[in-house]
Design a protein around this ligand. Structure first.
Ligand code: UDP
Ligand code: MG
Length: 348
């Protein structure tokens, strides 16, 4: 049975468990999604650490490795892992599409009651996953890893990341946790909500926050990369940051209104000064300033107005639903169960 009932303006995401608190105490399926790009040096240790840590969750588990166009030996090592461990699946993308796409591909294939996204490089310790599962069992829909400390990063990266997280949170019109990355556990209802979104260009950290639900932190210490190098150059990070802001916030376009407001104030101030001052050179300067500011204010307002149309057009094209239903009590509640034909499955 299809748990999602798309409507004209929104999408009802009905949790497949009708009553909260009915999360499987021992069994149930946990999916682990791991984007991998050129991680041959670390991927076998990652698998070993995962299979050692996951049994203590008390859940059955599947591990989905998404090979995102690796050019080293990552794919062959992943295939060897999948050949020897039936819980591992390898999804090979046809080229390097980027981490955001790789994670989305994994989410679309994951079948679990809960899904954990984790990097391949062991910066996020797999041993934290049981804590996330506990947090989920106690009612959280998203248990996100919040970094208490970050080893092995340059001070430049620490400062810029911290500033960006706070700046980004101030731009986005819904609560988004700071000092977090993609390491998190998502309940099936959240995975369905995210996978059901039609937009193709994605920044998952803010999409997960956008869905709402109950989001709780699980504090952990982030380690240094156990092997290999970061795949993010400063240029790539800047592009990701720009994407994050453009996809999630209207504020940069609306900033033109601030410019228009400033220029209007300047124009009015200059005009008042020109009227009140005794005639002379000062009056001329005030009049010219007022006129220039007035022309600037008109032009900037026009740009801001065009921006308003662009915002509305872009949001329509992006096609996000206007709401996500978390739970329905009575009526249909309890009738939607099962994992087949989810929106995520269709998006795959
Ligand atoms: N990754 C990916 N595709 C890319 C770049 C990175 O799938 O184009 C994966 C990478 O293998 C790792 C995760 O995304 O599992 C995070 O990448 P990385 O560790 O380089 O980022 P950092 O931790 O330095 O921010
Ligand atoms: Mg990393």
């Amino acid at each position: 049975m299809n748990p999602a009932r798309p409507s004209e303006h929104g999408r009802d995401i009905l949790p497949h468990r009708p009553v909260k608190g009915e999360r499987p105490a021992s069994r149930g399926l946990l999916s682990i999604v791991i984007p991998c790009h050129n991680e041959e040096e670390v991927i076998e240790s990652t698998h070993q650490r995962l299979v050692a840590a996951l049994p203590s969750t008390g859940m059955d588990f599947e591990i989905l490795y998404i090979d995102d166009g690796s050019r080293d030996g990552t794919l062959s090592r992943l295939e060897a892992i999948a050949a020897s461990d039936p819980r591992a699946t390898v999804i090979e993308l046809s080229r390097n599409f980027g981490q955001q796409s790789a994670m989305s591909a994994g989410l679309a294939r994951a079948r679990g009651d809960a899904v954990v996204i984790i990097d391949a490089d062991l910066q996020d310790p797999p041993e934290v996953i049981p804590e996330m599962v506990e947090c989920w069992r106690s009612g959280a829909d998203v248990a996100y890893g919040r970094r208490r400390s970050r080893e092995g990063e340059t001070w430049f990266k620490l400062v810029t990341a911290s500033c960006f997280h706070r700046f980004f949170a101030s731009l986005v019109p819904y609560p988004i946790p700071v000092d977090t990355g993609d390491f998190k556990l998502l309940d099936r209802a959240v995975v369905d909500a995210v996978c059901g979104l039609p937009e193709k260009r994605r920044y998952l950290r803010s999409l997960v926050a956008w869905t709402g639900f109950r989001q709780e932190p699980v504090w952990y210490d982030r380690h240094a990369r156990s092997a290999g190098e970061t795949k993010y150059s400063t240029r790539k990070l800047l592009r990701l940051a720009l994407d994050a802001v453009m996809l999630s916030s209207d504020t940069p376009l609306r900033a033109a209104w601030w410019g228009a407001g400033f220029l209007t104030t300047l124009a009015v101030g200059g005009a008042l000064l020109a009227c009140l001052m005794p005639a002379g050179d000062g009056t001329l300067v005030a009049t010219i300033t007022a006129l220039i500011a007035l022309v600037g204010a008109i032009q900037t307002s026009a740009v801001a107005l065009v921006g308003e149309y662009v915002i509305r057009t872009y949001r329509e094209v992006q096609g996000r639903p206007s709401w996500v239903v978390k739970k329905t009590v009575g009526g249909h509640a309890g009738s939607e169960t099962g994992h087949e034909d989810r929106p995520g499955a269709r998006a795959a």
